[in-house]
Design a protein around this ligand. Structure first.
Ligand SMILES: [Zn+2]
Length: 241
C-alpha cells in the first residue's frame, strides 16, 4: 500500500514538531492509523538524521503488533521502542487516529517545576486556553514506555484528554488528524513557555476570569487547524525530498 500523501503528511508533522523545538535530536515519533489493524509510523534507519529531517520514506506501514504490514516495509527500518504509546492510545479510542509522542523541554521543565497547566491566557491562543481549561493530566512515571502495560498505564492517566504529560519524559498528543495532534502539542508548549516566563519574572499564574470565556469563541477548524497548519508548513521553508 503506497499511502504517499499520508506518509508525506507525517513527515511534515515530524519536521514541524522539530522546528517548533518539541523534539530536539533523534527522539520522538508520529503515527497515523490507516486501518483496523494498520498504522503508519516514523521509523528509524541507519541513515536517520533526526526528526527535523524526516523523509516520507521514514514513515513505514506496520501492524498493531509492530510487524511489517506489507512486504519490504521494515527492510532497513526499525519501529520505535515506544510503539506501545501509539498502539495503546489508538486502541483506547478509535477517534484517536493520529498520535504524536514528543519530548518538548519547556513542557517537561514546567511540569518538573510543579506548574499545573491552567488557562492563564485567553485570546493569546484560544485553542491552547481551551486545552488548559480541560486540564492536562500527568503520567507520573519517567520510564521508557516500551511495553503494552506501560502504554495502557499512560493511556489511563491520559483519560479523555487530548494530551498527557509524561513526567521527566515528554508528552503524548492524540487527535483525529496529524495536524491537530501536532498543533495541540505546539499550544501546550506555548503555554509551558509562557508559564515559565511568568514565574521567572516573579509573577504568579492566575487563571483568566470565568466570564471571559463568553468572549473566547471557537474560531473554527478553517482558522484553528487549516490556517495554522499552512503557517507551520510554510515556516519550515523547506521542500520534502
Ligand atoms: Zn519518549
Amino acid at each position: 500500500m503506497r499511502l504517499d500523501p499520508q506518509r508525506t503528511l507525517l513527515a511534515l508533522g515530524c519536521r514541524v514538531a522539530a522546528a517548533r523545538g518539541l523534539a530536539d535530536g533523534i527522539l520522538g515519533h508520529l503515527s497515523l492509523r490507516v486501518g483496523e489493524d494498520q498504522l503508519l509510523i516514523r521509523c528509524r534507519s541507519d541513515t536517520d538524521t533526526g526528526l527535523a529531517f524526516t523523509r516520507p520514506s521514514d514513515i513505514r506501514l506496520i501492524g498493531l503488533d509492530g510487524t511489517a504490514s506489507a512486504a519490504g516495509e521494515l527492510d532497513g527500518y526499525r519501529v520505535p521502542n515506544e510503539l506501545p504509546i501509539h498502539v495503546e492510545t489508538m486502541l483506547a479510542d478509535p477517534r484517536r487516529r493520529a498520535v504524536a509522542h514528543l519530548h518538548p523541554p519547556a513542557v517537561v521543565a514546567a511540569d518538573l517545576a510543579g506548574i499545573e497547566f491552567r488557562p492563564i491566557y485567553g485570546a493569546y491562543d484560544i485553542p491552547g486556553a481551551v486545552l488548559a481549561r480541560g486540564g492536562v493530566p500527568v503520567f507520573e512515571r519517567a520510564v521508557l514506555i516500551r511495553s503494552s502495560q506501560l502504554g495502557r498505564d499512560m493511556v489511563a492517566a491520559m483519560g479523555s484528554a487530548p494530551v498527557v504529560i509524561c513526567r521527566g519524559h515528554g508528552i503524548t498528543s492524540a487527535a483525529g488528524s496529524v495536524q491537530q495532534a501536532v498543533l495541540h502539542a505546539i499550544s501546550l508548549d506555548s503555554l509551558a513557555r509562557m508559564s515559565l516566563q511568568v514565574m521567572a519574572a516573579g509573577g504568579a499564574l492566575r487563571e483568566i476570569a470565568e466570564t471571559d470565556w463568553n468572549e473566547l469563541p471557537d474560531l473554527g477548524s478553517d482558522f484553528n487547524i487549516e490556517a495554522a497548519w499552512r503557517h507551520e508548513v510554510a515556516r519550515l521553508g523547506t521542500q520534502l525530498s
